[in-house]
Design a protein around this ligand. Sequence first.
Ligand code: BGC
Length: 357
Amino acid sequence: MKAIVVRPGERDSIHMRDMPDPKMKPDQVAVKMLRVGLCGTDAEINHGLYGKPPDGDEFLILGHENLGVVEDVGKKVKGWKAGDLVVSTVRRPCGVCPQCKSGENDMCSSGQYTERGIMRRHGFMAQYYVESPQFLNKIPKPVRDFAVLLEPMSVVEKGIDHAFLLQRRTTWKPKFGMVLGGGPVGLLAAAVLRARGLRTLVIGREEANDLRAQISKQLGAQYLCVANKALPDVPKETGYPDLVIEATGSAKVVFDAMEILGPNGVLCLLSVTGGQTQNQEPIDLINQRLVLGNQVVFGSVNANPRHFAMGVKDFVTIDKKWPGTLSRLLTNRIPWQDHKSWFNERGSGIKSTLEIS
Ligand code: BGC
């Protein structure tokens, strides 16, 4: 079959080539790929900064944000049929740590997990893949147009879910949520916060007439352009948030965000930043605010099947409340033969997809 691969560790190695057809076992289903979403992690892998091939392989099939359709069902599989729309989870268990042993692969503590399209396991930029149904999510037809966003949505769902779980330490009724970054993850976070009834402010560098601002408004969120503002000054105008979701991809913003939380506030960090940047920070001030404010800063990566299920449910709710909004995030549909165009020049769109079939 055709697949898009990289040689991890080597810069700009991405190309299409023939790879062996996957072989379906009786307890698996075979899925034909429809499209994959492209994200910063794919770009980092193609820059040679991140990612590993499966043990013994030279190449890694790239791609982790996925949407496919079931083509064949193994004899031992119940509850799936050809034609079912499907999104697969990304991470597989290490088999040794207590978290993976109890199904919390996203919280793996050994570091020996694998991730499809990222770490030691082939991804979804291919014509087909095979998988055990326990790692698959059925997609209801009404959300199929934007279902390729489910993987990033699951990351958002986990972050927000864990913020609420952490705050069981006190009576917490968040009213004001702030989202840093108007990319796909930021806008999905804004949609979830709005669906939970929070006043929501999206903060980005783009101008107030940008599509990111229009989508924020359509969701009933506010948008603030901070191109010429220091983030720590923003709450003087807007008020101090109860919950901040950081999704800018900039570590500098992460530390600025520690200065903007309200009392008992929570800062959820979702950006995986590469690089070696050094910076001076007002550490006494940051520490004093965190301590005197009983504040929480936590990192969150990946998601477990519960968060994929929450994502599907919220997709339905959000599309009913604000019809058509989530589809607007999908700004660039690229035929998969033309994949290099995105890796050479990412452009100003929100979410680009490679259309496979
Ligand atoms: C993916 C996650 C993955 C993380 C770290 C992100 O881009 O969405 O599923 O766990 O990268 O590899």
